[in-house]
Design a binder for this molecule. Sequence first.
Ligand code: ASP
Length: 344
Amino acid sequence: MFNRRKFIKASAVSTAMLAVTKTSFANNISNVSSDAINKPIVISTWDFGVAANADAWKVLKNNGRALDAVEQGVWVPEADESNQSVGYGGLPDRDGKVTLDACIMDENGNIGAVLALEHIKHPISVARKVMEKTPHVMLAGDGALQFALEQGFKKENLLTPSSEKAWKEWLKEAKYQPVMNIENKLYDKVAPQKLPGNQYNHDTIGMIAMDVKGNLSGACTTSGMAYKLHGRIGDSPIIGAGLFIDNEVGGATSTGVGEEVVRNVGSFLVVELMRQGYSPEEACKEAVMRIIKKKPETAKNIQVGFLAMNKKGEYGAYAIQQGFTFAVCDTKKQDLVIKGKSYY
Ligand code: ASP
């Protein structure tokens, strides 16, 4: 297996030699015996990834396609009313509107995304329709809604009484102050209604799966930052920022304050680092370090986490702050939750 040390050595040799090394890397990947590859496998962000992985696993264990697995997996948090940072029940923007962002990417480099989509419970499936049924890769706002309705999606009110109550509470001070790892706070069984209005914030489900054929796909879906400006888009629906898949190398996804991920084209960076021989965790760490280096003062007070898997089914994560978790489901264990390492 091509590792980072070998890559660093290779970097020191001539360009001609490097070209040879790159070819060997591609050969190494295709020469890995299928027994050595940990597949099928699905990984996703946060504790709520466990339930999402379980549904993705139903597809994977029946020899289904990774693309179907990630779509069906993220339906779980999208439909979960108690999850206030993804899909139905997501916290609204400052105007009280629930606007959803999602993207999906398959093993052939096909992509689809919806941005600031309102009234549709499963934005990931609209993103997939954009990918499969249109000549485009992204649809936003009213146009995305119009397309979804034409495709037969049901128009629904996504603002639940509990999220509306939290928003009204927030309006009293109307202070935009992202809170880190809110997902953990909710899953630590703090009753959501006991948290003050401004304690509700963000967290996204990003999922990467590899099917029995060894093909990779990914999905990323969120209601974004709570109480954001109407029309604000983060990293989650932006291919290369919130999600990136390269079927020769691996996949990556992100969660946290999207502005900093977009600035660094985070998920694309992680995949490119894995192409150079970094392990998934090393690649995630390097992407986090770019964010910290570029804006050290900002980084002190925000959370960003990256999660990645390579073509061998090895995975890893890294975050700015403690508290980032991810869920893993493979043939060995179906409900594993791992604490991501962090800079602080
Ligand atoms: N990345 C999301 C956004 O910026 C939020 C999150 O994952 O915490 O919209």
